[in-house]
Design a protein around this ligand. Structure first.
Ligand code: UDP
Length: 239
């Protein structure tokens, strides 16, 4: 049985682009749609933790190119992820799903600190858990954190939703029109071909620890439900 079928516990990565609906800030309509989908799969008994990106607010590397100190810019990026996490928490609670936000930078009035064993308990109780503030460290990305969190809470699979692309292609489809979408791939193939659909460090972590990853397109009303339910959309990557 392919590992994506009927997972028990998943970690879903939502990039900042998902939250902004393509713009800066948070688009409540878009977040509501995402929350509805997550609520649907939690009600079906699948445990869902979410890692939120922050690119709709700040990306440290971009601010660095425009003259900012990288470390400070990266902390701004991490704080942006927390705002996305709070927006998602709000809409999940409105769907009737108890939700906890845990952040890698402590901010007790806003969220719990990241405590992996407590996160697992929340999930076992049917709560959604949102991981914010990335790793709490500059020079990391939320893709890499997604793989790390998935390993630490013993998830069955990493689900990476992407904007503007519905899986991994044999080459960059925007550059090479003959590029073909891959149904399956190994982490080795992805790393060797230098396909940059997610961070190399995330692929390496998953490969070393034999954690499967599904990369799928965020566009559509039910793509998250389909991905979490083990439907074969996107590209399934295994060790
Ligand atoms: N970031 C960081 N450390 C982390 C995670 C994120 O420094 O562990 C910063 C980094 O500046 C990054 C920004 O937060 O550009 C937003 O995260 P990311 O780019 O991963 O978000 P996404 O592209 O998924 O929206």
């Amino acid at each position: 049985t392919p590992p994506s079928l009927r997972p028990r516990r998943v970690v879903l990565k939502l990039s900042g682009e998902v939250f902004g609906g393509g713009a800066v800030g948070v688009d409540p309509d878009v977040v509501q749609g995402v929350a509805r989908q997550i609520a649907t799969v939690i009600r079906r008994g699948i445990q869902v933790a979410i890692v939120v990106g922050g690119g709709n607010f700040f990306r440290g590397a971009e601010l660095q190119r425009r003259g900012m100190d990288r470390n400070r810019a990266d902390y701004m990026g991490m704080l942006g992820t927390v705002m996305n996490g709070l927006a998602l928490q709000d809409f999940l609670e409105k769907e009737g799903i108890d939700t906890r936000v845990q952040t890698a930078i402590t901010m007790a009035q806003v969220a719990e600190p990241y405590i992996p064993l407590r996160a697992i308990r929340h999930l076992e109780k049917g709560r959604a858990v949102i991981f914010g503030a990335g790793a709490g460290m500059p020079y990391f990305s939320t893709d890499t954190v997604t793989a790390q969190r998935a390993l630490e809470i013993h998830a069955d699979i990493v689900l990476m939703s992407k904007n503007g692309v519905d899986g991994v292609y044999s080459a960059d489809p925007r550059v090479d029109p003959s590029a073909q979408k891959l149904e399956t791939a190994t982490f080795q193939e992805i790393l060797q071909r230098g396909l940059r659909v997610a961070d190399q460090a995330a692929f390496s972590l998953c490969e070393e620890n034999k954690l499967p990853m599904l990369i799928f397109g965020a566009e559509g009303d039910d793509t998250i439900v389909r991905a979490v339910s083990g439907e074969r959309i996107g590209t399934l990557i295994t060790a």
